[in-house]
Design a protein around this ligand. Structure first.
Ligand code: BGC
Length: 355
């Protein structure tokens, strides 16, 4: 891999002097002394900020990124340093971490926002230092992504995951309506476990899962919905309450992610019962795949965390090498990389267990 010098090809060089941050000015001064080829250090430094490491999906994704970085290092012979910071669900903490990454001279930042509305501040900090920025998993609004041409978003289309989850339920209804419609009233009674309020995946999965069922011609009745913040223990507590309140009246438990679906399973498993509602999740995490194999989770929707980590790394390497990022990843509207979702049930489980 032939590296063009960062300083010659990164857009920071094209910024008007008034908009250049101190680090950029210093880099330019060094370049003036050493010529365009003289970078401070020829290793790539990536700063990855996680909203919290306590999230099953995010921590698996961070591990994937670490593994892929090691593979890229041995494949290319390039030295790559990956810094990972745990935001512990505090946007203030994450802001400090971003400042530290920039102060340490990170070449690219990958940010999983705590609060999606904080994107503009981080974008402006990165732009001021001429450091490209890849947001992931927690999607900023389009205006924030478009603030600068070196801002990207890597993720998966939340609406698609909702639709695929809804279709899992629709297919189950069509295949064996009698066992799903326990009350026999022709209406599907459900509860909804929602992720964090304001997260695009909570909002759109909640909406589009139900829309897919209704569009498929099935009448639905919502018994209850509540946030469990992506969290297994919180979901177990909500489900336990609903089981007391509605008992066998719950025919389906929709869950915005697998960890909360597993919480629902914990609640159901804690008291012996003859029949369980149908439960569906999103992510295809390792414990969720086990629950599918055990017949406790009817199905889930694979959220390709490894694919997203790979896309972040490909994008980062292209930017670092001064290459066109559109050649390295499938770039939509110049800023977005979308990874597809896939349904998982007992039928195709093996394909996912192998991964
Ligand atoms: C995943 C959740 C995760 C959340 C974190 C979602 O895409 O499905 O499991 O908790 O991202 O932001």
């Amino acid at each position: 891999m032939r590296r063009k010098t960062r300083s010659c090809c990164f857009p920071s060089c094209r910024l008007p002097a008034g908009r250049r941050g101190p680090a950029v000015l210093l880099a330019l001064a060094l370049l003036a002394l050493s010529g365009c080829g003289g970078g401070k250090d020829d290793s790539l430094r990536i700063g990855a900020a996680l909203y919290t490491q306590d999230d099953t999906f995010i921590s698996a994704m961070a591990q994937d990124l670490e593994g892929l970085v090691r593979e890229a290092e041995s494949g290319t012979g390039e030295k790559i340093t990956l810094f990972i910071a745990d935001g512990k669900s505090s946007q203030n903490t994450q802001m400090d971490q971003v400042d530290r990454f920039l102060a340490r001279g990170c070449d690219v930042l990958c940010v999983n926002l705590v609060d999606r509305t904080a994107a503009a501040v981080i974008a402006d900090k990165a732009e001021a230092e001429g450091v490209p920025l890849v947001f992931f998993n927690r999607q900023p609004v389009a205006e924030d992504i478009q603030r600068w041409d070196q801002i990207y978003y890597v993720g998966a289309d939340a609406r698609e995951s909702g639709e695929l989850q809804g279709r899992l339920v629709l297919d189950a209804w069509r295949a064996d309506r009698e066992s799903l419609d326990r009350s026999g009233d022709g209406i599907l009674q459900y509860v909804m476990l929602e992720g964090e309020p304001g997260h695009q995946d909570s909002l759109l999965r909640t909406e589009y899962s139900i829309k897919a069922v209704v569009d498929g011609g099935v009448e639905v009745e919502k018994l209850a919905n509540e946030t469990a913040n992506w969290n297994r223990a919180q979901a177990a507590a909500r489900t336990a309450q609903w089981l007391e309140e509605f008992g066998d009246g719950i025919e389906v438990i929709f869950s915005n992610n697998d960890d909360m679906a597993l919480g629902a399973i914990d609640a159901l498993a804690s008291t012996p019962r003859e029949r369980w509602p149908l439960i569906v999740g999103v992510d295809a995490t390792a414990p969720a795949l086990e629950a599918v194999a055990a017949g406790q989770l009817y199905g889930t929707v694979h959220n390709d965390g490894r694919g997203q980590a790979q896309a972040m790394l490909d994008l980062t390497l292209a930017l670092w090498n001064g290459e066109d990022p559109g050649q390295a990843v499938d770039l939509a509207e110049g800023h977005y990389v979308w990874l597809p979702y896939r349904q998982v049930t007992l039928e195709n489980l093996d394909e996912f267990l192998e991964k």
